[in-house]
Design a protein around this ligand. Structure first.
Ligand SMILES: *Cc1c(COP(=O)(O)O)cnc(C)c1O
Length: 460
């Protein structure tokens, strides 16, 4: 077909000033890939009966291809959902000090595994262990990649080929494919379920213990709640039973609070210190849930057991990296200095007074109504803690509710804004919860809403 021959060559497209600018920005290999892709698409279009596009049109397509290929997919987003620990949105925002610690360690070399006094190889576990022990009263601590890794390491190192006793009511699946029975199978430990879904008694545990038992596991129910006719032995009772049988009791706390959530009008989320006092041999929890730090799996407890974990090859495979350890140490120091509620974003959000949220909500509503002409009202609502902690528990909040023709469409436009804004829809209105929006994100959020409303209006 003669029209195909009118398509420019790769070299011709690459020789003009536009291509040179693109090469300077994106590098020659990627521009070459984009040009080839664009020419191939044009060739197909011509075979399907289309016309030969002008060089300028082709170059515009090359630019679009390059922008799509290089746009970061992991980028900041604004969480206006009111779910404080939102796993899909990256869980805990980090404190200023934690961010600074990451930056300081990232820009050059660090003392990650270097003992400056001895001038020799050191241990990366020292960076968090001391503070963790001081905060929780544990003898020893170990930090791995995440809490799922912590549980896998504990079960593999302490129970592979042997039995782990757990209540049926605790065989939970949390988000992202973490299922207690699957992790158990992966570790090589044999699951021994005791009790029933809603009721498990101490005697059920006792009857299941035998010569093959390696440990007793308790898992936080995480994201669900059994109500009604229920029973589970207290952790201290389980600990006493385990001690009598000379077995470790491992507590998977999930969120693992170091502060008491009940002080902020919430239910009481089990605390790490309480589990240790009750007699758990090892307690495992996440770094990026209620702790408010980076993704990590934290194990605290008996020194002899932590040493077994440290020596296991999986510990090497699951070890935390320097950026995580830098941020974790900085986060833990906030607790040590008794300033966590002031400095750790997750706790700032939990502790935010309703009056302050209401003031912000009114400021948003006025501004958005003035700029968009929409009806913007401040209404009562609920924020959630999220992250598998405190299932069903919420904090009273104030929402900004926007009345629009299509809340779904507005929500979709906000999701594709830059930065993306994630909102909720309630009773056919788009609602924004100021509780989870950082102060410095207010202005970008307003601008995103204004632009999205304007785009919806001009479209029709
Ligand atoms: C969240 C959670 C985990 C997994 O923790 P990650 O840090 O996400 O790997 C394990 N167990 C419980 C009970 C949890 O709530």
């Amino acid at each position: 077909m003669s029209e195909l021959r009118q398509l420019p060559s790769v070299d011709r497209l690459l020789s003009g000033p536009v291509a040179l600018e693109l090469i300077a920005r994106h590098g020659r290999p990627l521009v070459l890939e984009a040009v080839r892709h664009t020419l191939e698409a044009a060739r197909q279009a011509i075979l399907d009966g289309g016309h030969v596009p002008a060089d300028g049109t082709l170059l515009a397509e090359v630019r679009t291809y390059l922008e799509a290929a290089t746009a970061p997919t992991l980028r900041p987003a604004i969480n206006a959902t009111g779910v404080i620990i939102h796993t899909n949105l990256g869980r805990a925002p980090l404190s200023k000090a934690a961010r600074a610690a990451i930056e300081a360690v990232a820009r050059g070399y660090s003392t990650l595994e270097y003992d400056v006094e001895a001038g020799a190889r050191g241990s990366r576990s020292v960076h968090a262990e001391g503070v963790l022990c001081r905060l929780t009263g544990a003898e020893a601590a170990l930090v791995v990649n995440n809490n799922a890794g912590a549980i896998l390491l504990i079960l593999t190192a302490l129970a592979a080929g042997r039995e782990v006793v757990i209540s049926r009511g605790q065989l939970v699946e949390i988000g992202g494919g973490f299922r207690v029975p699957d992790v158990m199978r992966q570790s090589g430990a044999r699951l021994v379920e005791v009790g029933t879904t809603n009721r498990t008694h101490l005697r059920d545990y006792e009857a299941a213990l035998g010569p093959d038992t390696a440990l007793v596991l308790r898992a936080h129910h995480s994201n669900f709640k059994i109500i009604g006719f229920t029973a589970e032995p207290a952790l201290a009772e389980l600990a006493e039973l385990a001690r009598r049988h000379n077995l470790p009791l491992v507590d998977d706390l999930g969120s693992g609070a170091l502060l008491d959530t009940a002080a902020f009008g919430l239910d009481h989320e089990p605390m790490v210190q309480e589990s240790l006092v009750a007699g758990a041999s090892l307690v495992a929890f996440s770094g990026d849930k209620l702790l408010g730090g980076p993704q990590a799996g934290i194990i605290v407890g008996r020194r002899d057991l932590v040493e077994v974990l440290e020596r296991h090859p999986l510990a090497r495979a699951l070890r935390a990296d320097k950026l995580c350890l830098a941020a974790l140490q900085a986060t833990l120091l906030h607790y040590l200095r008794d300033e966590a509620v002031r400095e750790v974003p997750v706790w700032q959000m939990i502790a935010a007074p309703l009056a302050a949220i209401e003031t912000r909500a009114h400021r948003w509503a006025e501004r958005l109504a003035a700029k968009t002409g929409l009806r913007a009202e401040v209404i009562p609502g609920e924020s959630a803690v999220g992250g598998g902690s405190l299932p069903g528990a919420t904090l009273p909040t104030r929402l900004v509710a926007l009345t629009v023709a299509s809340p779904d469409e507005l929500a979709a436009r906000l999701r594709t804004a830059d930065p993306p804004v994630i909102a909720r829809i309630e009773a056919d209105r788009l609602v924004l919860d100021p509780r989870t929006v950082l102060a410095e994100d207010e202005e970008p959020l307003w601008r995103a809403v204004e632009a999205a409303v304007k785009a919806a209006q001009t479209q029709g």
